[in-house]
Design a binder for this molecule. Structure first.
Ligand code: HEC
Ligand code: HEC
Length: 220
């Protein structure tokens, strides 16, 4: 008798749980579809053309690695490009027609992946890597620049949900973003933190931190 009562009590919970799981599976499947083929609306090119299906990115065209960034960060960046707050000349047209659900789906899909680093076209310069390492771990106090790892986490692995990992990201992309912040094209960073930092770095120092972080392995 007791087991019947228990079953009656818990069956709805079980169905609810199964239902939630099926919905989550659907979301990831739809996200993968967008990554592979786009959502079918005008302008929406398949993400994999520039980020690969695995999310490893394409160093040769500066397409960033997006696999393993958090769902929150990926969604946020897409929304900021849609709203024009984040400078994204290549991405703007592509993401214009993504709905809220599309964004959630494709962000969930890529956040769950962890491919190996895609090899960079560029061989790192030991001199720049060593300067970059110093800035990353100790900052440049005379110029009021904090250590990058204070916000981007130990080894540049990121601090979820909103501080992105930058370790293992390709050099071209890192440098481009630092330039975008420095020259005030990318304006979606909270309180202008990255804009201030990027502006205070010299040309050589920006190159150095990009070299250093791109020489590391990505988080997972
Ligand atoms: C035609 C190439 C291209 C396509 C297609 C494309 N992207 Fe991008 N994406 C880029 C480039 C290049 C950047 C770097 C910023 C810029 O220049 O716009 C970028 C930046 C991003 C970023 C920011 C990453 C970060 O670390 O801040 C995210 C997230 C992203 N893309 C997701 C997507 C998703 C999801 C799709 C598919 C719906 C997609 N992209 C389709 C080229 C592309
Ligand atoms: C006070 C915190 C803070 C510090 C210190 C900091 N960052 Fe950032 N950084 C952020 C945040 C937050 C973002 C994401 C902002 C956004 O969405 O635009 C970011 C974004 C970035 C990006 C773009 C990442 C992407 O995937 O598009 C790069 C590159 C970067 N930071 C490099 C650096 C470097 C190099 C240093 C050290 C010289 C540094 N950051 C120090 C907070 C910080």
């Amino acid at each position: 008798m007791r087991s019947i009562i228990l079953a009656v009590l818990f069956l709805p919970v079980l169905f609810f749980w199964e239902g939630e799981k099926a919905m989550a599976d659907d979301l990831v499947a739809w996200g993968k579809h967008i990554a592979e083929a786009g959502n079918g609306k005008p302008g929406n090119t398949a993400c994999m053309e520039c980020h690969r299906l695995t999310g490893g990115g394409m160093p040769s065209i500066g397409g960033p690695r997006i696999a393993g960034q958090t769902m929150e960060y990926i969604s946020r960046e897409i929304r900021e490009v849609q709203q024009g707050k984040r400078y994204g000349p290549v991405m703007a047209g592509v993401v214009q027609n993504l709905s809220k659900r599309d964004i959630q789906a494709v962000a969930t899909y890529y956040s769950q992946l962890s491919p190996p680093k895609v090899s960079d076209i560029h061989t790192p310069s030991p001199k720049l890597v060593s300067l970059g390492k110093q800035i990353a771990h100790r900052g440049l106090w005379k110029k009021n620049i904090p250590a990058c790892i204070q916000c981007h986490g130990q080894n540049g692995y990121g601090v979820p949900p909103l501080f992105p990992y930058i370790a293992g990201q390709n050099r071209t992309y890192l440098l481009q973003q630092l330039l975008s912040y420095a020259f005030l094209k990318r304006k979606d960073d909270p309180q202008g933190l990255m804009r201030g930092i990027a502006k205070r770095l010299s040309t050589e120092e920006r190159k150095a931190v990009a070299e250093y972080f791109s020489s590391l392995s990505p988080p997972r």
